[in-house]
Design a protein. Structure first.
Length: 396
């Protein structure tokens, strides 16, 4: 961490360059205008601030925030997901054993009275300490050490938060919890000797059943998406065995969050109807698709499912659905002649439980991307391949 970067004239330079369109490569070729700061350090701060503009907007507006290397910034939570996580915790004390840049801890500090931020990387710990001071998060204590070792010397805490590193020294990028650092499944007994509330963040690529098997004491699973892209899975553990785990999905959007919850055990016992396309078509958002709550969506909202594996739903009346809603214009048996006759030259194409890819269909049918028409290539309950022509439906 170079303290000269915090000088007023340097900060003004960083703000000026990151507030306007900039070619970083061209800037690097020009070199640094400041004696004690090299151009790579300057570029890192400008690139970091540009990233923060969308990812951490409340930090972007603050002067003198120090940005870490790109990889650290890419791995950190976004402001939107950090705010969501902060709503899950409360109380007097929380320790983050894998602190990183500290985005999550900053928002936890608004809900918990005392936060302990632990980070093995001393440089990253210094950066987090500086940023917390700039943000006036005075209830966060930073420690440049192994969080599990710090926890050994602590008494009972209200919450333990862990975001295990998915980069293994020998295996590279990993996805199983047992391969992450720290190995949370191997530490469960120790962790529960210190707290009855553990919150774990994992990659969205982690298989949900695999996570349940590894963590054993899962009370809730939160599937968090931002603008229909799943960003993280959150696991709430309380030291008890739960036969019926609550799964909560959220799709965080600028135009309003989409929420849907169900109990995992009940997902497999719901009896739902399968049928042909009616007046409206529904496509679940990415969080629901990741959660596997396909039966629960149909059961709770009283919708008909097109096919066991298609994950598309239909009804005669329009419902407020956690996903995309469409009005069905026509339904065509899948055949090149039928589609050519319909005259589609431009449309948005989606495939669900269909043997061909979107790119191969566009090439074969000569349909460009875009426009107001939506074509769903899918399979009905009688295994017939069909094309559902739709337009977006507006809920009044």
């Amino acid at each position: 961490m170079n303290p000269d970067i915090l000088n007023t004239e340097v900060q003004e330079f960083i703000v000026e360059k990151s507030n306007a369109p900039i070619d970083l490569n061209a800037l690097i070729l020009k070199g640094s205008p400041f004696e004690h700061i090299n151009i790579k350090e300057l570029a890192q701060q400008i690139k970091g601030r540009l990233t923060a503009k969308n990812k951490i907007p409340s930090w972007f507006t603050k002067r003198s925030i120090y940005y870490p290397p790109t990889l650290n910034l890419e791995q950190t939570s976004s402001e939107a997901t950090a705010i969501y996580k902060s709503q899950l915790v409360s109380g007097e004390t929380l320790i983050d054993v894998t602190g990183g840049l500290g985005i999550d801890d900053y928002f936890f500090s608004k809900k918990v009275n005392h936060i302990t931020h632990c980070e093995l990387n001393t440089e990253l710990s210094k950066i987090a300490t500086h940023n917390f001071a700039i943000l006036q998060a005075e209830n966060i204590k930073t420690i440049a050490n192994d969080g599990l070792k710090v926890l050994e010397d602590m008494e009972h805490v209200d919450w333990i938060y862990i975001d295990p590193s998915r980069r293994h020294d020998h295996k590279g990028k990993v996805f199983f919890l047992e391969d992450c650092l720290p190995n949370v499944p191997a530490q469960l007994d120790f962790l529960f000797s210190k707290s009855t509330n553990i919150l774990i963040k994992t990659s969205p690529l982690l298989d949900i059943q695999s996570g349940i098997n590894s963590l054993q004491y899962v009370k809730e699973i939160h599937v968090v998406a931002v603008e229909n892209e799943v960003k993280e899975l959150l696991w709430l553990l309380d030291g008890k065995t739960h036969k019926n785990i609550l799964v909560k999905t959220i799709n965080i959007r600028k135009k309003g969050d989409q929420l849907f919850s169900f109990y995992l055990e009940e997902e497999h016992i719901h009896s739902i109807d399968y049928g042909f396309p009616k007046k409206f078509l529904y496509e679940p958002n990415a969080a629901i698709l990741k959660s596997g709550g396909f039966q629960s969506v149909a059961h709770q909202l009283e919708l008909v499912k097109l096919h066991q594996h298609s994950h598309l739903y239909t009804s005669d009346n329009l419902f407020n659905f956690p996903g995309r809603c469409f009005e069905i214009i026509s339904v065509l048996p899948y055949h090149k002649k039928n589609i050519s006759k319909a005259g589609f030259t431009k449309a948005n194409i989606t495939t669900r439980n269909f043997p061909e890819t979107v790119s191969s269909l566009r090439k074969k049918l000569k349909i460009k991307d875009g426009g107001n028409d939506y074509l769903f290539f899918t399979t009905d309950k009688e295994e017939n391949k069909l094309v559902i022509h739709c337009r977006k439906a507006t809920i009044v």
